[in-house]
Design a protein around this ligand. Structure first.
Ligand code: S3P
Length: 179
């Protein structure tokens, strides 16, 4: 499972990893959208962030409970709910998930993030928001991560390779199904 802030490269890296590992690709934003039949932006606008977070928790639960080998791109805010962190840490303890925090300094994220689209939180002042979220969430990502990969200045391909190497080194390959 990949965690980290918006723009840290989770989706792109997860796509590569899933292809190279011949595993399913699960993206919690996409799971929320598929279940709701609406976009992340529409859910935020029509029902509010709390409703989105509730749907996100369901998506995470389903991703972790899937039982098949999968690479999960967990949306940036997944770690904000304590039950989600407990769920992830439970799966890690059971050997069912192995978690990488793709850590990126907020300035690099500002360069990378696409505005609009599925990121309503960045509509107003992306730089200030990313700096704040980095401060608030870094301890939460650390709480669920088995390993940390600093992604500043390296390509998606290189990040994917670093994740694979860390995964092999952790000998997590045979121990679990999801994540
Ligand atoms: C969010 C991250 C987004 C999306 C929503 C909220 C967040 O996903 O779920 O806009 O709170 O960090 P990505 O991390 O995939 O961009």
């Amino acid at each position: 499972m990949l965690v980290g802030l918006m723009g840290s490269g989770k989706s792109a890296v997860a796509r590569r990893l899933a292809a190279s590992m011949d595993a399913a690709l699960l993206d919690t934003d996409k799971m929320v959208e598929d279940a709701a039949g609406r976009t992340v932006r529409e859910i935020f606008a029509e029902d509010g962030e709390e409703a989105f977070r509730a749907a996100e928790e369901e998506a995470l639960r389903s991703a972790l409970g899937g039982g098949s080998r999968a690479v999960i791109a967990a949306a940036g805010g997944v770690v904000t709910r304590e039950p989600n962190r407990a769920l992830i840490n439970g799966a890690r303890r059971d050997g069912a998930a192995w978690v990488v925090w793709l850590r990126t300094d907020p300035e690099a994220l500002v360069e990378r993030v696409s505005r609009g689209g599925h990121r309503p939180l960045l509509d107003d002042d992306p730089r200030a928001t990313l700096v704040r979220l980095h401060d608030e969430r870094s301890p939460l990502y650390a709480e669920v991560a088995d390993t940390i990969i600093d992604t500043a200045g390296i390509s998606v391909e290189e990040v994917a390779r670093a994740v694979s190497a860390a995964y092999s080194a952790a000998d997590a390959g045979g121990s679990g199904t999801n994540g």
